[in-house]
Write a protein that binds this ligand. Structure first.
Ligand SMILES: Nc1ncnc2c1ncn2[C@@H]1O[C@H](COP(=O)(O)OP(=O)(O)OP(=O)(O)O)[C@@H](O)[C@H]1O
Ligand SMILES: [Mg+2]
Length: 300
């Protein structure tokens, strides 16, 4: 993809807080119409990046384009086209949730009233309560409803569902799919792996202020190892097991790992041995992310 048509295009972004360098040459490309998940351990620099994209922080160096504009210079124009949901929503204490939704919506030139009413209903939000009366999860809902009721071209979501219960998490996933269906692009920072798995077209994993991995979930899985467990008739001679690694044999049972891209070569090695039972297991999402977060994959 050329950087010209990206909705978010970040190249070699750096940002320091005092002497601490939070972003250290970060590259990020979000294509039009995609849901792009933005992942990484606590303190990796996700929210810092997002604050730069929103024009809340000024980059030290590097190039940052959002919807073709400069988020620092074109802040007023861009914010009519962007909706943002933070992970900690603070509301005006004396204003009702409904008033807050309308106020936030007016920043983007108004809301789709029908969709607003429908979202209030689906999120089971009472819009008549005052800001100070809402629980954490209900404050999140106010911001989500405000963001999704407008026709923002770009949704920037920084842990938007922190504090939502599982039912509401499902509603959130549905409404993001619908926003994507209307043509919105989404940058979604999240620690909720199920959310990432069901929503993300592509993902970028950030570690220590730079993007360490980027691709589809299948790409990232393909770069990791699959575990094979087989029961065989003939005891294998080690020499014939070249396609496999970490081989462990106990009686007629065999365990091994294999590059996910080489599973068929591994099976060809095993079949002549007379396979009576076989399981092929990709890494679980948790173990995949743990490895990516810890950086073992990056060092291979
Ligand atoms: N205002 C600030 N002043 C000084 N250091 C900061 C400031 N904001 C963030 N940092 C530091 O910058 C680094 C990146 O923080 P950031 O909030 O971007 O991480 P994150 O990836 O969003 O983490 P999390 O998953 O916990 O939300 C951290 O080490 C953090 O301590
Ligand atoms: Mg953060």
């Amino acid at each position: 993809m050329g950087t010209g048509d990206a909705v978010i295009s970040v190249e070699q972004l750096t940002k320091s807080y005092g002497r601490f360098r939070a972003l250290n040459g970060l590259d990020l490309q979000v294509a039009p119409g995609e849901v792009h998940a933005f992942l990484g351990p606590n303190g990796a620099g996700k929210s810092t990046t997002i604050r730069v994209l929103l024009g809340l922080l000024r980059a030290d160096s590097g190039s940052v384009r959002v919807l073709g504009g400069d988020p620092w210079r074109d802040v007023v124009e861009l914010h009519r086209r962007i909706a943002y949901v933070p992970g900690e929503v603070s509301l005006w204490p004396g204003m009702t949730g409904g008033e807050a939704i309308d106020l936030l919506g007016s920043l983007r030139g108004g809301l789709d009233e029908r969709r607003r009413a429908e979202l209030v209903e689906r999120f089971e939000l009472d819009p008549t309560k005052r800001g100070r009366q809402y629980s954490k999860g209900n404050r999140q809902k106010v911001a989500i409803v405000a963001a999704l009721s407008s026709d923002a071209e770009l949704l920037i979501l920084d842990e938007p569902t922190s504090g939502l219960d599982p039912l509401m998490e499902n509603v959130f996933q549905e409404v993001v799919v619908e926003a994507k269906g209307r043509g919105s692009s989404v940058l979604l920072s999240s620690h909720i792996l199920a959310e990432v798995e069901s929503l993300a077209d592509r993902l970028s994993i950030i570690r220590d202020g730079r993007v360490a991995e980027t691709g589809t979930l299948a790409d990232l899985r393909g770069r990791t190892r699959t575990t094979i467990h087989a029961e065989v008739v003939t005891l294998p001679a080690h020499a014939s097991l070249d396609a496999l690694e970490d081989v462990r044999i106990d009686g007629n049972r065999l365990w091994a790992t294999v590059e996910s891209s080489r599973i068929s070569a591994a099976l060809e090695t095993l079949l002549p041995l007379g396979v009576t039972a076989l399981t092929v297991e990709p890494p679980s999402l948790e173990s995949l992310f743990l490895r990516l977060y810890e950086g073992e994959e990056g060092e291979r």
